[in-house]
Write a protein that binds this ligand. Structure first.
Ligand SMILES: *Cc1c(COP(=O)(O)O)cnc(C)c1O
Length: 453
């Protein structure tokens, strides 16, 4: 998600916009000049740097509900949601109050607290796909730990992943497919040893034959298949339920584990995430983003039996100074409590579906080559004339030129999307019908301009 696989077009200056003047970015630009002297590229996570869109990054002053304000006083309807965590919108009062109340007692103790039990109970009571879990501090850490657990449990080394899925910045998963259907990973980052990449097999999404071939070629060596069951870091590449079920079947047959990386989809497309949506029981599930209510939390969970392999119960080591941090737990409890109320997802998902449909209708009526893909409260506007996009190679990199214009025109009209056409949009319970109507009007104008010639 953080721009690693994205085509970048560095050095693009904002070009004159059509119909509306560019928003003022004076203070943001000033802060960016400073931040470039402090941080590589001026940022603490790459995609924030606006390398794939026009202009310099906006520095954010505050958020409230569905809105963001930058330091120049521009107001936006936000569809980035801090990349997913903010399913209740910004600055939710219940989360804020629970965090404030908890912070009065101190920040961290490095010893067990009741509040960890409280969040665990809330999750486990409402999610039949895991029986035990371990809290960590990010999605990356959750996946890294899940991979170690899978290797420790199966006593095998190789991991099978899919081209177009992102699993955090873990050495052995920063790999892409080479040429050929089933390949060892080629590193996508400097600093990843070839030998690590060799432990990862990369195959295309939506292609069960490639998975079968991988198992045939690496008999008894594959510890786990890891997949984003709702791939949402390289566009939104929705998979057929039959494909996910086939992964379940083949891993069971081959005595490998199936890991669902639900760092985005967990608590997003339903309280039980993609496992619940597709009713498929994976062996290990990883969580992040929403689970922490905007604070740094990740988790991995599994059966009692598999989790008994984690230290101190078992031989798979995994630890964290700030794991289960009380302030972060407090934010998670407040957020997940809201999500566990009956009807929460139905309303949110319906709202998103209507929103996506009306953008599609508008584009289709004008013959704009757009496909709006949507699941739960996630949507992605693909600049394509394909009916469905289900694998990474179906995304045409040149279509990102249109996204760049679209992104700029949306910003100029008070709509904030993540600064890359490979990123999905999120709708929160704080987005009202009126916010979405206003956003649609701006999106329609931006599409008109992107397809002008
Ligand atoms: C965001 C994400 C990660 C990494 O989580 P961080 O908290 O950024 O480390 C891993 N997997 C998926 C599917 C994600 O979307």
């Amino acid at each position: 998600m953080f721009g690693l696989f994205k085509k970048s077009s560095e050095g693009d200056q904002a070009v004159a916009t059509v119909g509306k003047p560019d928003i003022s970015r004076e203070k943001s630009a000033e802060l960016y000049e400073k931040s470039k002297t402090y941080f590589p590229g001026g940022v603490n996570s790459p995609v924030r740097a606006f390398k794939s869109v026009y202009g310099t990054p906006l520095f954010i002053e505050k958020g409230d509900g569905p809105y963001l304000w930058d330091v120049d006083g521009n107001k936006f309807v936000d569809f980035c949601a801090s990349w997913g965590p903010l399913i209740l919108g910004h600055n939710n009062a219940k989360i804020r109050e629970k965090v404030a109340e908890t912070a009065l007692k101190g920040m961290t103790f490095g010893a067990p607290t009741a509040i960890e039990n409280e969040l665990a109970e809330l999750i486990l009571k409402n999610n039949k796909y895991i029986q035990k879990l371990r809290f960590v501090s990010s999605g990356t850490e959750a996946v890294m730990s899940a991979i170690r657990l899978a290797r420790g449990y199966t006593k095998r080394d190789k991991i099978l992943k899919f081209e177009g899925c992102y699993h955090g910045h873990i050495d052995s998963l920063l790999v892409k497919a080479g040429s050929g259907l089933v390949t060892f990973g080629e590193t996508t980052s400097a600093g990843v040893p070839e030998s690590f990449a060799k432990e990862t097999i990369v195959v295309p999404l939506n292609n069960i034959d490639a998975v079968k071939q991988a198992f045939a070629e690496h008999k008894d060596q594959i510890a786990a298949i890891i997949i984003e069951p709702v791939p949402a870091n390289n566009g939104l590449l929705l998979q057929e339920p039959e494909f996910l079920q086939a992964l379940r079947d083949i891993t069971t047959k081959e005595k490998a584990l199936l890991i669902f990386d639900e760092v985005i989809s967990g608590f997003r497309i339903g309280f039980e995430g993609a496992a619940g949506y597709y009713q498929i029981q994976p062996d290990i599930i990883t969580y992040g983003k929403i689970i922490g209510g905007g604070m740094p939390v990740g988790a991995y969970g599994s059966s009692v039996e598999i989790m008994s392999n984690v230290s101190p119960e078992g031989p798979v080591y995994q630890a964290g100074t700030l794991s289960g941090n009380p302030i972060a737990m407090a934010a998670g409890i407040a957020q997940l409590t809201e999500l566990s109320r009956s009807g929460f997802y139905k309303e949110l998902n319906n709202k998103t579906h209507e929103f996506a449909e009306s953008i599609q209708r508008f584009a289709s009526a004008r013959n704009y080559k757009i496909r709006v893909q949507q699941i739960g409260s996630i949507f992605w506007i693909a600049f394509t004339d394909l009916e469905k996009i289900q694998s990474a190679e179906q995304i045409d990199p040149t279509s990102m030129e249109k996204f760049k214009i679209f992104h700029r025109e949306c910003l100029n009209r008070g709509i904030y999307f993540g600064p890359s056409g490979y990123e999905v949009g999120f709708i929160s319970s704080a987005h009202t019908k009126i916010d979405l109507e206003v956003a649609k009007r701006a999106i329609f104008e931006a599409l008109d301009l992107a397809f002008k010639k």
